[in-house]
Design a protein around this ligand. Structure first.
Ligand SMILES: Nc1ncnc2c1ncn2[C@@H]1O[C@H](COP(=O)(O)OP(=O)(O)OP(=O)(O)O)[C@@H](O)[C@H]1O
Ligand SMILES: [Mg+2]
Length: 230
């Protein structure tokens, strides 16, 4: 198994606590089955999907759970861009899952890089091979949690196609930047594909800034009420 090294900038205790709270809500919140395969999505680029995916995955791994982080952003692969061993090759049938997964510098956390960019990510994610792979990861390779980082749902349909095949989707909104209209359009688009939205993460919220994010409050509460996860 290849090894991948995540190099993280320090994020501070408040952020670490926030990810622990998110993890706890996902694990113990009431309201239906607990999600094992989680998509992380957002309306627009740069709102914090990749960061949230990574920190959430690390947070689960620190509890001793066997976790796989998948970089499914084939539009702009963030990790290992030059490596052929990744999801795109795997879905094109050139690789086995076992050959593509890397260990990491975090105990219990494995990583599946996106691989080389491909012209047809939507088709790749729409084929049976993707959903069969997700089932195999949970049932045969015994991952407790699979966290999938996606491209922004407002720009590409890939994220919605992926989300529709997973147990639940977290929507990331960037405080002071994401507008409520974009968030609602993304929510509606995802729900039209029967995606289960399990919560909203307000990212880049500084201390004392909750008031400034009041536009989102009702959406956060709305999701919370509906999904009972946050
Ligand atoms: N909570 C945060 N505090 C400070 N910086 C952050 C935070 N979350 C993300 N960032 C920074 O913002 C930038 C964009 O974050 P990230 O790559 O996670 O977004 P993304 O939604 O995955 O973007 P893209 O749509 O381009 O894939 C990065 O430089 C990241 O380090
Ligand atoms: Mg990203």
């Amino acid at each position: 198994m290849d090894r991948y090294e995540f190099k993280l900038k320090p994020i501070g205790n408040a952020a670490i606590e926030a990810y622990k709270t998110l993890r706890t809500n996902l694990m113990f919140g009431s309201g239906g089955e607990k999600p094992n395969v989680i998509t992380v999505s957002s309306s627009l680029p740069g709102e914090g999907k990749s960061s949230t995916s990574l920190f959430l995955a690390i947070s689960f791994a620190q509890l001793g759970q066997k976790v796989l982080l998948i970089d499914a952003d084939m539009r702009k692969p963030g990790e290992n861009p030059a490596n052929e061993k990744g999801l795109s090759y795997l879905l094109e049938k050139h690789l086995t899952v076992e050959d593509a997964i890397c260990s990491t510098n975090y105990e219990n956390l494995h990583f599946l890089p996106s691989g080389l960019p491909t012209q047809n990510p939507v088709e790749l994610f729409s084929r049976d091979r993707f959903s069969v792979m997700l089932k195999y990861l949970v049932e045969d390779l015994h991952y407790d949690k699979v966290v999938i980082d996606t491209p922004s749902a407002g720009s590409f349909i890939d994220g919605a196609v992926i989300a529709a095949q997973t147990d639940g989707t977290l929507l990331v909104a960037k405080c002071g930047s994401t507008d409520a209209g974009s968030l609602m359009r993304t929510k509606q688009q995802l729900e039209s594909l029967s995606v289960r939205i399990i919560g909203v993460v307000l990212n880049v919220m500084k201390k004392g800034e909750y008031g400034r994010c009041s536009t989102y409050k009702r959406y956060v509460r709305y999701y919370a009420k509906k999904s009972k996860w946050l």
